[in-house]
Write a protein that binds this ligand. Structure first.
Ligand code: AMP
Length: 185
């Protein structure tokens, strides 16, 4: 199974991603978390991404597309994967399809956790990461609506969008997902 998870900061993507990966037996690629690790270990990619991540800006598409290409060429993801935090722009979504075509793979679903903006703000401000400071959270949410929400219009007509009400409890959300994806949890 190949899945991408879409949702603003605080939409509850991480929790559901972990449950899905556990029950489907697929690796979870949390792109934001991998970027943070690269920044910590001061790799070349980390140095390129750092100023953007710290300000809550999106890392430029060219850097991200190259990076995700490398990630999807790793042998441990040959049989399936879940991408959390990628794609984040319509351009990334299109490029991901081109990459998958090259790899003779196909995306099964793009899962969107639909949560009102006020709830995203409340939830993100409750966290304590460096890029969860109020102005930075505001910026990340703004960018989510500007750059990521248009992706829904890419996946929807292609019949690949699962639009999930992210205001339900985590258990209810997971149950809904299991029904759609035919998972026996
Ligand atoms: P996250 O933990 O998913 O919120 O990601 C943390 C930060 O990493 C974001 O605020 C961006 O700066 C960067 N980032 C993660 N994924 C992407 C992406 N697909 N495109 C551009 N920047 C990204």
């Amino acid at each position: 199974m190949r899945l991408v998870i879409l949702g603003g900061p605080g939409a509850g993507k991480g929790t559901q991603a972990q449950l899905l990966c556990r029950d489907l037996g697929i690796p979870c690629l949390d792109i934001g978390q991998i970027l943070r690790q690269k920044i910590k270990s001061d790799t070349e990619l980390g140095r390129q991404a750092k100023p953007y991540v710290e300000q809550g800006e999106l890392v430029p598409d060219e850097i991200m597309i190259q990076f995700v290409r490398q990630q999807l060429l790793e042998p441990n993801v040959a049989k399936g994967w879940l991408l959390d935090g990628y794609p984040r722009t319509a351009f990334q979504a299109e490029e991901l399809d081109f990459l998958l075509e090259d790899l003779e793979q196909r995306l099964n679903w793009a899962i969107y956790f639909n949560v009102p903006e006020t709830v995203l703000k409340q939830r993100s401000l409750g966290r304590s990461r460096a890029d969860d400071q109020p102005e930075i959270v505001e910026r990340r949410i703004e960018l989510f609506y500007q750059r990521t929400v248009p992706i829904l219009e890419y996946y929807e007509p292609r019949g690949r969008l699962l639009d999930i009400n992210g205001e339900q409890s985590p258990e209810q959300i997971y149950q809904t997902l299991c029904q759609h994806l035919n998972i026996n949890s």
